[in-house]
Unconditional design. Sequence first.
Length: 377
Amino acid sequence: MKYCKRCVMPDTRPGSIFDEEGVCQACRNYERNEKVDWKVRREELKCLCDQYRRKDGYYDCVIAVSGGKDSHFLTYLMKEEMDMNPLLICVADPFTHTDAGICNLKNLGESFNCDIVTFNMSIDLFRRVTRIGFEKLGEPLRFIEAAIYTVPFKYAVAFNIPLIIFGENAAYTYGTTTEDSYSVKKFILAGHSAAAEKLGERITDFWQDRGIPVNEMNALILPSDETIERVRPEPIFLSYFIPWDDEKNWMLAKRYGFKDLHHEWRREGCIEDYGQIDSMAYIVHLWMKYPKFGFSRTTDIASRWVRKGKITREEAGRLVMEYDYRLDQRAMDDFITFMGYKPRQFWDIVEQYWNPELFEKVDGIWRLKHPIYREII
Ligand SMILES: [Zn+2]
């Protein structure tokens, strides 16, 4: 387990890229972003909006939203600054929602005067795919994480609204790609289209092989190639056009009525209270990276803070030491109650994911062999 020389990101993230100086691609991409002429990129976005803008009053773009801070920022940008008429599409998970999350989605529609379509997938199906994801992959929300992209895409095609807005290109931000591009098309079509079929397993095959009938996978099955060819959807990441900053989005969202968790819930293992706050159990999904790859959400957030100069690498190391391993009790309780596990069953399933190359068991507790704080503190 090697750590980036600049931030606290380990090389255990699947697909991570480190250069010969031992610097991670996320840091390199951040550096590249600082040299981008954002005025030019904003103009590119305006041109794209002009291309899809309609005068007949019909929606001229779809925005994929959750109701969170980024959704507020995306809607603000498209509606107020780009003067577009967006339809918001939200793919909700059926875990217990926080008070803030419930208020925020409502606030998003009200503050920006937008229509919202909320897609609630079958709870029965959600529970089964989440069980498979958790027990077989250690990735509980793999199904709905894919649906977050495919469902807004499907709605946009069905409603004949070609421009589809997504927020951040996570692969670029977290450095699993060097490709700085705005198109989400390749990402959505991967594993779906006839062309992608030749490249390997389709995402629907994965679930079918694990007992989910194809007629239950509506959320993931994309329109036919002919329909896509007719509508010519253009799904884009806005983080290509506008410098992306979680905290700036949060501040802007607050101005429009967004509530963070500050007065509701201090989450163990989280060093901020404005990200992924819509539902309680969601962070169990994020935490599962810890046994598998030896890092979790605090590493992600603290590394971002180091890149933007908010904290030093040493401070980040201390945060990682203090918080990264912790799984929030309330999040776990909500997860096991919803899924029907006893705490003991939950931990028995987690047990199979501790990676023995990264962890050693000392007195019954899994400990990281090479924690970042030994290196820098
Ligand atoms: Zn780095």
